[in-house]
Write a new protein. Structure first.
Lengths: 110, 110
DNA sequence: AACATTAATCGTAATATTGCAATAAACAAA
DNA sequence: TTTGTTTATTGCAATATTACGATTAATGTT
């Protein structure tokens, strides 16, 4: 069926999965890296930087924006995108907590 | 077409995306959390802990194992799974580098 | 050997994601 | 207003993911 029964999991687990999922495509990783690199970026710049069609980039940007990790500012006909630093920090805290789960000192694992 | 042209992206970008993708499902997040929590865990324990069918859990375990994040040890008829701490640490370094990208101090963003 | 237990694999249905051509929308400039 | 520029949206086709019943495989138990 492929139905993700999100009620089965905790809010925290679903949140981690949602953030991770958006990083689960190299195009979105590339977009975010580019936004970090140049501070502010027009959609068209990303289209030429990354080798994907404009609607595809636009779609990826939409997902990133929907999760709040980036924001877009309309400037005339073009749109300037940048990292939403506040939300990025919040997301980072969530992900770090997951990644830094402590491994028990006793190495009694199978 | 939905074809991920991984040649378009750097190895680093593809690696980040691969790790992130495996965290992009709450069931796998839950499995990993459980493995961290109890240090060693039989497949059957995960099936009863998480509310998914045995083949489904087995499939998720396979993905985690394929990426090297967990290892499984056969013990009689059952299989004991645990975190591969060495690879987890390596993965963490990769992901931290991505998450900790520095945000330029000058807030000249759009 | 016969049976029980546990996990992996196979096959398949349902759903989600990805990519892009075509088009629309929003705005600026002539 | 017409034209050009830039981005968003729509509508698909291709592919990938998820879930699970049925089965198989491997091992232990009687």
């Amino acid at each position: 069926m492929g139905l993700a029964k999100s009620e089965m999991f905790t809010d925290a687990q679903n949140e981690i999965a949602l953030f991770a999922k958006v990083f689960g495509h190299p195009a979105r990783v590339a977009i975010l890296q580019q936004l970090f690199k140049i501070d502010a970026c027009y959609c068209g710049d990303l289209v030429s930087e990354i080798g994907l069609a404009q609607p595809t980039i636009s779609q990826h940007l939409k997902e990133l924006k929907h999760l709040g990790l980036i924001k877009g500012n309309v400037e005339g006909t073009s749109v300037c995108y940048c990292i939403n630093t506040e939300n990025w920090t919040k997301m980072k805290a969530t992900m770090l907590q997951f990644l830094n789960q402590d491994i028990s000192e006793k190495d009694n694992c199978c």
